[in-house]
Design a protein around this ligand. Structure first.
Ligand code: ZN
Length: 487
């Protein structure tokens, strides 16, 4: 457990910010905490929160290394939505994002947007631990803690305050900026406060654990993951990033341990998808951690049946990355025979097929899988990509038009559509798709410029031209309404 007497200067500084003008001497009994801040609603409406959330996620797309991996996006969103469906007071849709960042961190910001650092999957030992962090973040959102903080700060201009907060969130999302930039930004905003209060934290733990348990996870996952953070801060010279925004005094860990014992003990079966996701993110996005990966795969290969599956999957990915396709195929084929619908296996086998230019084999497998899993976005995107790799650009475009219509926030879809349109010489379509990529990154000026160009290229009075012009109007309105968040 973290020793409170050995505080580094930055910890002290954050603590001072935390206490503000009205020191929190003791947290109120948890049952007296309101479930929803009644005053927060007066400060910032849900609609304003959602618009702000959308604005910041666009900025994060532009500045941070978001992981646009269809499999991981689906996994993390399925897991998140399973939790959300067991949460109370859900007022906004939820979106979960992964950022490639080796520091443990997670934050929820306006409008149900939850950002998770890839390190969470590195350090979580099971799905309950990972889900506990997500449940905690979901609770910050459902309890509207950010809006309540604004209210408590009695800011005369909640929008300006939220803007400051947003820029701090952006710095946190960017690993290049790092903690040095974050602490200097914090110092620059003496009156700002990004840390949740102790009572906010306790409430997020309490409600988060309830959600965690209701969703079928092990409540002990929460104190167990907190222990990982506490150990990190004890044995390392610097505090894990996550503790800057979610302070972890000894009492919080003790409370979580006690609370977990109040839930009936249950054995949660090991999640195969969690093991695949963990192996996938490590092998695909943490290539600099090869010794750790090798060690983990070795451990898994000697573990349970599910862990052995995950180990074989990881080895197949590593071999495929080294272009040792035949060896990769030898490992993966028997797995795929056993589980022909397994989307993780299909994905890697698609990469192997494409690597060996066996496009028809990949296309047939994906088409078969789509008959069983209709509209599965991972399979749809993979099939579009297989068409593209096989120079079947018009088939790729056809599928991608539908895909981007159903998943307009997926950057992957627009980029591939842009490339497929470009290969067919359809310059206006390529420009319009590129405009969507820019708009998703909040670069509205560029997006509008590209759409104007597309409109000029399109046949006068055509449906395409009307579509481009209508989109220009939409983006202008969005740009206008977001200008208030920019400093
Ligand atoms: Zn928190």
């Amino acid at each position: 457990m973290k020793k409170t007497s050995k505080k580094s200067p930055i910890t002290l500084f954050i603590s001072l910010l935390l206490l503000g003008n009205t020191p929190v001497l003791s947290a109120p009994a948890e049952d007296s905490l309101p479930d929803i801040g009644t005053t927060a609603g007066a400060t910032l409406s849900i609609n304003q929160e959602m618009a702000m959330g959308d604005f910041y996620i666009r900025s994060i797309r532009a500045q941070a290394p978001l992981i646009y991996d269809p499999l991981l996006t689906q996994y993390i969103n399925d897991l998140g939505h399973k939790l959300v469906s067991h949460a109370d007071s859900v007022k906004t849709p939820f979106h979960f994002y992964l950022i490639n960042n080796p520091n443990i961190n997670a934050y929820a910001f306006f409008g149900g947007n939850v950002v998770l650092h890839s390190a969470l999957l590195h350090y979580s030992r099971n799905e309950s631990e990972l889900a506990s962090v997500m449940a905690h973040e979901i609770s910050h959102v459902t309890q509207r803690h950010l809006a309540r903080l604004i209210e408590e700060q009695k800011r005369t201009s909640p929008l300006a305050w939220a803007g400051t907060l947003g820029s701090i969130l952006l710095i946190m999302a960017n690993p290049q900026a790092g903690m040095a930039a974050l602490s200097s930004t914090l110092a620059g905003f003496q009156q700002g406060m990004i840390s949740f209060t102790q009572s906010n934290e306790q409430e997020a733990d309490r409600i988060g654990m309830r959600t965690l348990s209701r969703a079928g996870f092990d409540p002990r996952g929460m104190p167990n993951f907190m222990q990982i953070l506490a150990d990190q801060s004890r044995y390392s010279s610097r505090l894990p990033e996550m503790l800057y925004t979610h302070p972890l005094p000894d009492s919080r860990l003790a409370d979580a341990r006690n609370r977990a014992t109040q839930y009936s003990a249950k054995t949660v079966p090991e999640s195969q998808d969690f093991l695949f996701a963990r192996v996938h993110i490590l092998t695909m996005y943490s290539t600099d951690q090869r010794p750790y990966i090798d060690e983990l795969l070795k451990k898994y290969s000697q573990g349970t049946a599910k862990e052995q599956f995950a180990a074989a999957y990881g080895h197949a990915i590593l071999l495929s990355q080294d272009k040792k396709y035949t060896e990769a195929r030898t490992i993966l084929s028997p797995l795929l025979d056993k589980q022909p619908d397994n989307i993780w296996f299909i994905d890697t086998m698609t990469n192997i097929d494409i690597g060996q230019k066996q496009y028809t084999s990949a296309i047939n497998r994906l088409q078969d899988a789509l008959k069983k899993h209709k509209n599965n976005p991972v399979l749809q995107f993979s099939l579009s990509n297989a068409y593209f790799q096989d120079n079947k650009y018009s088939q790729a475009s056809q599928l991608l038009f539908r895909y981007t219509f159903n998943h307009p926030d997926d950057l992957n879809g627009w980029e591939l559509l842009r490339n497929a349109a470009g290969k067919q010489g359809k310059r206006d379509e390529a420009l319009a798709a590129q405009a969507e990529v820019m708009a998703l990154k909040g670069q509205f000026d560029l997006a509008i410029m590209q759409l104007s160009e597309a409109s000029a290229l399109a046949k006068l009075g055509s449906y395409a031209q009307k579509r481009y012009d209508a989109r220009i109007d939409q983006l202008r309105q969005l740009q206008q309404s977001y200008s208030q968040y920019k400093k």
